[in-house]
Ligand binder design. Structure first.
Ligand SMILES: [Zn+2]
Length: 370
């Protein structure tokens, strides 16, 4: 099998060099094919119509990186056991910051982001919208010298944005990552069609911005380093998050835990959050359930979202512990995503504020060394 795959990949490499626009797409572990942009869009549409989201990695730029997701199944020492039963110590701080959550702020971030014609990873408004996100992080940093906001460049137009609150003390080299994707798509977006992406994923970016604003203004200084990341090009095959996760891995950055916010403001019929249980770290997922039960006090149920369904999968693939809390049961998610109809009027900011509570609890509990 391995020989067959490498032979096939060698053929693919030749193909790619003669047709540089082809991309290597992986739709299941080890199942890869070279596709044109049109074919990738067709694949994305087909997966979406089947009621699944994401569903593939564009591995063109990471062909030689080993897939470390299997570590999930063999029990990596460290994070999963330590984190699952980690004591919760931040109740007092969280009680103080929860009242700071503003549904008006969530609304205005989603409104601004969804007013861009699109946030496509190749378009000028894709670039401009990421710049806007970067400006918001900078504004909320209020000149704190322990906060940096960095633009992360890729091989395509749109950049990712990393806002970092530096840890201090002996655990400062350990990173906690809160992320969500900045880009949006819609069938035909490359041809000028609108892609407001209010729920998918202006909502997740609004969650990050509001969490960051509150932490920054609270004056809290974490023991671990907290990275807020707005990833470019998720819809194109998790390209931004793969670049970043592989880069962290190559540089030996010690990432303790990753949480992904992708679609956080549409309420399904059943009033529960969906907790993705496949391609995530089981121990970190148990820890997340304790945060929900203890602090957020909102019901949850486990769901499955399939292969490569959002940026958390890039971290799992790079061997790091990740989780993905989602807006609803999988069969009840916002039916308007990936179309011109993914607009703000269908969203519920009070519901969305539960994800800000979860993000605050995740950052403060894991960012503090008790
Ligand atoms: Zn999304």
């Amino acid at each position: 099998m391995l020989i067959l795959i490498s032979l096939w990949m060698a053929v693919g490499t030749v193909l790619a060099s003669s047709a540089p626009d082809l991309r290597l797409i992986e739709t299941a572990p080890g199942v890869r094919s070279w596709m044109s942009e049109v074919q990738i869009e067709e694949l994305s549409t087909r997966i979406h119509k089947e009621g699944r989201c994401g569903g593939f990695f564009d591995v063109t730029d990471h062909v030689d990186e080993p897939d470390l997701s299997e570590l999930l199944g063999i029990g990596i020492p460290g994070p999963r056991e330590i984190i699952a039963e980690r004591p919760l110590t931040q109740a007092n701080r969280l009680e103080r910051v929860f009242p700071e959550i503003s549904t008006q702020n969530l609304y205005s971030s989603i409104k601004t982001l969804s007013d861009f014609p699109d946030r496509y990873f190749k378009s000028s408004s894709g670039v401009a919208s990421s710049n806007w996100i970067s400006d918001q992080f900078t504004r909320f940093a209020h000149g704190r010298t322990d906060i940096t906001v960095e633009t992360y460049k890729h091989a395509f137009a749109q950049s990712s944005v990393i806002a970092r609150i530096a840890g201090r003390g002996p655990n400062a080299a350990e990173h906690i990552i809160l992320g969500g994707h900045a880009d949006s798509t819609s069938n035909g977006v490359g041809a000028g069609r609108r892609a407001p992406g209010a729920d998918d994923n202006a909502s997740g970016i609004a969650t990050l911005l509001e969490t960051f604003r509150i932490l920054s203004e609270s004056g809290w200084q974490p023991d671990r380093t907290i990275d807020f990341i707005a990833y470019a090009a998720e819809e194109a095959g998790l390209r931004g998050s793969q670049d970043i996760a592989q880069d962290y891995k190559r540089r030996g950055v010690d990432v303790l835990a990753v949480i992904q916010f992708d679609m956080t403001a549409f309420m399904g019929k059943t009033p529960v959050m969906g907790l993705v249980s496949d391609n995530v770290n089981p121990g970190l997922n148990t820890f997340q359930k304790r945060l929900l039960d203890t602090y957020v006090k909102y019901s949850w149920r486990e769901i499955r979202c399939g292969y490569g369904c959002s940026d958390h999968a890039s971290w799992t693939r790079a061997g790091f512990a990740s989780v993905f809390p989602f807006e609803s049961l999988f069969e009840e998610y916002n039916p308007s995503i990936h179309s011109e109809a993914d607009t703000i009027d269908k969203l519920n900011m009070a519901f969305g504020s539960h994800f800000v509570k979860l993000a605050l609890a995740f950052a403060m509990e894991l960012g503090t060394e008790p």
